[in-house]
Ligand binder design. Structure first.
Ligand SMILES: [Ca+2]
Ligand SMILES: [Ca+2]
Length: 356
């Protein structure tokens, strides 16, 4: 039986949670008592300066140490998510009603009411930018270490025309008539309105990824020039037919249905090619040179960051490190986006990691 330890963020006092009740989240012992069924165990979660690398981080109602979470949990929850006895990434739970569901089950993936699927991007460190000898490199790609400290989920595909139209009730795409092709010819400002409408659906928080989150996810744990390796390859992404002729006769010179090519190592499609993907950040040609955590770009600017290259463009534009930019109001059939998603109330999170 796998034990887990709990690391604390944002909570500094001893707190007690009912893990098995249906709707329990409270730091008030009386409320915990009333919301936990008598036969259900509860667990004390210790503050962060207590040793967490032993199973005794947990105690049951009778004070018995060393309990696993496992006995009180079904192996698959109502949404088909597997219980995780070994948690490789991290997981946050929202305050409020569904503590038990979230703490017990890893949100490896999430499909929302629009049918958009998101996959977990685990926190970690990577080298953002490109080495100076990378072919096709631009001088705004200064290599520097970035640590992504928070988990987030990223949409597996670009936002499609059907998804856009379901929310916005119009579809301005040049390549309309292909509901599973990425929406394009929409501005960064219109994307913000799309996100605002998504965020009133009560499904957690949607946003654009930061540029660092985008590149981290694009690389999928690898350091290669492209998500698939170091060689340009017209069979791996939709690029290279219009301005570029590199893939003429192979790729169609227009957008294609999302997911037409193999995903990267983390299950993300079309990070390279199809349409450029707009990020949240303002563009700044100067990366930091020192290691940074969770960079979000400059606080102001004139253009937003675009990533990943597009159907018309050269392979060098599809490099994972490549950066482009455009003004927020610009609409072109080269520019689309994908969403990041976080469970509600992410700041109130407990991170779970396996005991070594
Ligand atoms: Ca793309
Ligand atoms: Ca560039």
């Amino acid at each position: 039986m796998q034990f887990i330890r709990i690391l604390f963020f944002s909570l500094t006092v001893l707190a007690t949670y009912c893990l098995c009740g249906e709707t329990c989240y409270s730091e008030n012992p009386a409320e915990i008592e009333s919301c936990c069924q008598a036969e259900q165990p509860f667990f004390e979660v210790m503050p962060p300066d207590v040793a967490f690398n032993t199973p005794s981080s947990f105690s049951d109602r009778e004070g018995e140490k060393g309990m696993s979470l496992a006995p009180c949990l079904p192996s698959v929850n109502d949404e088909g998510q597997e219980r995780i006895d070994r948690i490789e990434g991290v997981l946050c739970f929202p305050t409020g009603a569904v503590l038990h569901a979230v703490i017990q089950y890893m949100v490896h993936s999430f499909t929302n009411s629009l049918g958009q699927t998101f996959v977990l991007i685990p926190p970690g460190a990577f080298n953002m930018g490109s080495p100076e000898d990378e072919p096709g490199r631009d001088d705004d790609e200064t290599l520097h270490q970035v640590t992504i400290t928070k988990p987030y989920l990223l949409q597996t595909t670009e936002v499609t025309q059907a998804q856009w139209e379901a929310v916005m009730r119009y579809n301005p795409s040049l390549f309309a008539g292909c509901s599973d092709c990425p929406v394009e010819s929409i501005s960064w400002d219109e994307i913000q309105e799309f996100i605002r409408r998504m965020n009133v659906r009560g499904e957690g928080t949607y946003r654009l990824p930061t540029e660092a989150e985008w590149e981290y996810a694009c690389r999928g744990g690898a350091t290669a020039m492209f998500p698939w390796g170091d060689e340009a390859d017209c069979s791996k992404a939709n690029y290279g037919n219009y301005w570029s002729k590199e893939c003429e006769g192979i790729n169609p010179g227009r957008t294609m249905k999302v997911g037409s090519f193999p995903p990267n190592a983390w299950g993300l499609y079309d990070m390279a090619g199809n349409v450029w993907e707009r990020c949240q950040d303002w563009y700044d040609s100067k990366y930091p040179t020192e290691p940074v955590m969770d960079p979000a770009g400059p606080s102001a600017g004139t253009e937003r960051v675009d990533r990943g290259g597009a159907w018309n463009y050269w392979a060098r534009g599809c490099r994972s490190a490549n950066r482009a930019k455009s003004e927020a109001h610009l609409r072109t059939p080269l520019l689309g986006f994908r969403l990041a998603w976080e469970p509600s109330a992410l700041p109130h999170c407990i991170w779970l990691k396996p005991v070594p």
